[in-house]
Design a protein around this ligand. Structure first.
Ligand SMILES: Cc1ncc(COP(=O)(O)O)c(C=O)c1O
Length: 360
């Protein structure tokens, strides 16, 4: 028997989440964010489904080239633009749209003597304080880009990114929106501000393009794990099996460091998944795991290839029984909350050795 761990990817759920994004932002186009291997789901497979979006967004030229090699022909945006001037030739040859967030990137474009048409997204920093032109610099940057002879007509767009959208009530959201309005006033261009969280909670930030990422993969973008009035479907289910069930005695200590001690005679199950697969090592005892569809608590330390679960609520469980680490029946946000992280990190962190199987 091969190791039973799989990341099962439900492509119908991905398509359904995209439809949901469209329904929630009916006046906007959708730039589907599929960087970081589509948040761990497999970028090419995800792109084939998300080709139904208006454009795809990735983080680097390398990611975009993988898509082109897989015959993904639609519009692709490089969210951080170019890292070096010499990437420009390949980027234009592949018809990639570039975010421009810095003076250096602007100068690379001005110095370029090629003739292929350029599609650009000018990024303004409205308070994330990470990438982008300061609001006061925006108009000048705009004029310089607008003067590029290669600029495709109507293809100089404006964008910014939100720092606190996962907290719908956070005051920074209004501050950033007002800053975006003020900074972009008078510029005749399509605009984009909303990530998944703002797509769901802030229709006033939808503008011309929304940029959902995590929502497409069925994970709540909100810090409290809530998704108001929508039916997101988890796309990834990380599933494995019990590979052993042992009857332990009261006082037996389980796993590395003997960090958990059986309080009574009890069955303990061993699951084929560990931090070598991307399951968080710091997930504490009590983190839920589904065995035969029922929640049981993790016990002891997560090791590289295995973890242990308390099977007192399932004395009949046996080696070979089905286990779900997250996905259908157990939201990744719940596991992330126990492990002190976010669903994004768990999804992106599923390692290459875990086979992805695609359905739908
Ligand atoms: C610029 C930009 N837009 C949109 C997104 C999508 O964010 P989310 O996954 O929270 O929807 C990201 C993700 O980090 C991003 O960097």
């Amino acid at each position: 028997m091969t190791r039973p761990l799989r990341a099962r990817i439900d492509l119908q759920a991905l398509a359904s989440n995209l439809s949901l994004a469209r329904d929630r932002a009916p006046g906007s186009r959708v730039l589907a964010v599929i960087k970081a291997d589509a948040y761990g789901h497999g970028m090419v497979e995800a792109a084939r489904v998300l080709a139904a979006a208006d454009a795809l967004a990735v983080a680097s030229l390398e990611e975009a080239l993988r898509l082109r090699e897989a015959a993904i022909t639609g519009d692709i945006v490089l969210l951080e633009g170019l890292f070096e001037a010499r990437e420009l030739e390949a980027a234009v040859e592949q018809r990639l749209q570039l975010v421009v967030h810095s003076e250096a990137q602007l100068q690379w474009l001005e110095a370029w003597r090629g003739s292929a048409p350029l599609s650009l997204w000018l990024k303004v920093d409205t308070g994330m304080n990470r990438l982008g032109f300061a609001p006061g610099e925006l108009h000048q940057a705009w004029e310089r880009l607008a003067a590029l002879p290669q600029l495709r007509k109507g293809c100089l767009r404006l964008m910014s990114h939100l720092a606190c959208a996962d907290e719908a009530e956070h005051p920074a959201n209004d501050v950033q929106r007002e800053c975006f309005e003020a900074a972009t006033a008078g510029l005749d261009a399509e605009r984009s501000l909303a990530n998944s969280a703002a797509l769901l909670t802030r229709p006033d930030m939808h503008y011309d393009w929304v940029r959902p990422g995590i929502l497409l993969y069925g994970c709540s973008p909100l810090s409290d794990g809530g998704v108001p009035g929508v039916g997101l479907r988890p796309v990834m289910t990380l599933e494995s099996r019990l590979i052993a069930v042992q009857q332990r005695r009261r006082g037996d200590a389980i796993g590395y460091g003997h960090s958990w001690v059986c309080p009574e005679d009890m069955p303990v199950g061993v699951v084929a998944v560990g931090y070598g697969d991307g399951y968080p090592r710091h997930a504490p005892g009590g983190t839920p795991v589904l065995v035969n569809g029922e929640r049981v608590p993790l016990v002891g330390r997560v090791s590289m290839d295995m973890l242990c679960v308390d099977l007192r609520s399932q004395p009949q469980a046996a080696a070979g029984d089905a286990v779900v680490l997250w996905g259908e029946g157990l939201p990744v946000e719940t596991v992330a909350a126990h492990a002190g992280t976010i669903g994004y990190e768990l999804l992106c962190g599923v390692t290459a050795r875990v086979p992805r199987s695609y359905a739908g």
